[in-house]
Design a protein around this ligand. Structure first.
Ligand code: SAJ
Length: 406
């Protein structure tokens, strides 16, 4: 049985490598020539714990990387699913194109598994019509499944092997077949359900997380106004056996939690009220951090913005992913409000993303007076003594030498 993983991004690549390392016959496809060249030259395309070892195993087991569409028995589609800025509905363009390309090469009886997170109803609305247009009958010529992933960047390989999964299908036998593929590496429980339930479940999971982070962020704003320490309050409140408040921070980034709730807002505008409020609260956090920076500058009589250094560009700690990063959102506002002299540094971002970006912690610290910690990378936790003498604003509450907190 041959499996073709289409889309070798943050989810598709580890999944392809994992399947290949278990001895399955795997092709990994991507439209990006540079990415395929890199993989064929044995270069891994992003930073992730244990990914390189997995890559070596997969290569030893004969994984193929290609930009050409290669026919297989099962196709796993793992392409981006952004939302449309105006309507907030899913932009299913990448999924549609990938399915069309599979339909051009697939054999009768093939299974197309959509792994990308999609808004509930996407398969009915976008995938089934293309299958029909191309002259196939779902359930006879072609089978469709939805098997959303749940892995977290920074701990992907462990979670790929250990998290429970959901598979949505029209036909239980197809569900069992897809399950056997995932069972080759997944020790977690795998639930088979229908496609729309699987679609909704995945979006609900990330929306739940977004709402809970928004609650913590709203508390941070309230406590700031009340002159209270939100972190101490959350710590004490969490000692209650049925309370588990998450951590406030400078915003919610990444391609999942800050995106998926919009699908429900876009499709159920009159009903998704808490969901919309949560999105707005989380999106307002970079601006809140910016207001706090202005306050801190005033308290210390610092008027020169070039004395401010922003630590962290990624959307969270110890990864190299800057998608929807709160720092980038904040720098966008800073461009409007402040002179563009603020300095930036991230140990995981080796190329220049913004002006005045440093590539050495020491040189970054030499040139600034205020350090705004936007991301809790291990590097800063382990080097916190280097911050002595600086004005520190720790938006993540990860340092022992806290001066200002969110
Ligand atoms: N954040 C907070 N406070 C918290 C937790 C997170 O401000 O208490 C922020 C982070 O700093 C980050 C954002 O939220 O900016 C999201 O981070 P995350 O670590 O919660 O999640 P992701 O986006 O890296 O990965 C999520 C995972 N979902 C979780 O519930 C942990 C993962 O399980 C999903 O598979 C993945 O999204 C996905 O692909 O959907």
């Amino acid at each position: 049985m041959k499996i073709n993983i289409i889309g070798l991004g943050y989810i598709g690549l580890p999944t392809a490598l994992m399947l290949a390392s278990k001895g399955l016959d795997i092709v990994g496809t991507d439209i990006d020539n540079a990415k395929i060249d890199a993989l064929n030259n044995r270069q891994i395309t992003f930073e992730e714990k244990s990914l390189y070892d997995l890559f070596q195993n997969a290569v030893d087991n004969g994984i193929i990387f290609s930009t050409e569409k290669i026919s297989a028995d099962i196709y796993i589609i793992s392409v981006p699913t952004p939302y449309m800025k105006e309507t907030k509905k899913i932009d299913a363009g990448y999924v549609v194109t990938a399915v069309e390309q599979v339909l051009d090469i697939c054999e009768r009886g093939s299974i197309i598994v959509i792994e990308s997170t999609v808004s509930p109803g996407t398969v009915d609305q976008f995938v089934r019509p293309i299958v029909k247009e191309k002259g196939f009958t779902t359930g006879q010529d072609i089978h469709i499944a939805h098997a959303p992933e749940r892995i977290i960047p920074g701990n992907m390989i462990y979670e790929l092997e250990n998290n429970a999964r959901t598979i949505g299908v029209d036909d239980i036998n197809i569900g069992e077949k897809v399950k056997s593929v995932y069972k080759s590496f997944c020790k977690g429980e795998i639930t088979i359900t229908n496609i729309k339930t699987a679609e909704m479940t995945k979006v609900v999971e990330n929306t739940y997380r977004d709402i809970n982070i928004a609650f913590a962020n709203e508390l941070a704003k309230i406590c700031h106004q009340a002159d209270l320490n939100v972190h101490e309050i959350i710590k004490i409140a969490n000692m209650h056996p049925r309370v588990n408040i998450l951590s406030p921070g400078p915003g919610v980034g990444g391609h999942c939690i800050s995106v998926d709730p919009w699908f429900l807002v876009g499709d159920y505008p009159g009903l998704a009220n808490i969901i919309l409020a949560a999105r707005k609260i989380n999106d307002s956090m970079p601006e809140f951090v910016l207001e706090r920076i202005v306050d801190i500058m005033e308290w210390h009589d610092i008027t020169d913005i070039s004395k401010v250094g922003i630590y962290g560009l990624t959307y969270k700690e110890d990864i190299d992913d800057i998608r929807e990063s709160p720092t980038l959102q904040m720098l966008e506002s800073m461009k409007k409000h402040l002179a563009n002299g603020v300095k930036v540094y991230d140990p995981h971002i080796k190329y220049d993303v913004v002006p005045n970006q440093y590539h050495s912690l020491e040189r970054f610290l030499q040139d600034i007076e205020i350090v705004v910690v936007m991301v809790g990378h291990k590097e800063i936790v382990q080097n916190q003594e280097k911050l002595i003498g600086k004005i520190v604003f720790d938006t993540k509450n990860i340092l022992d030498i806290n001066k200002y907190l969110l």
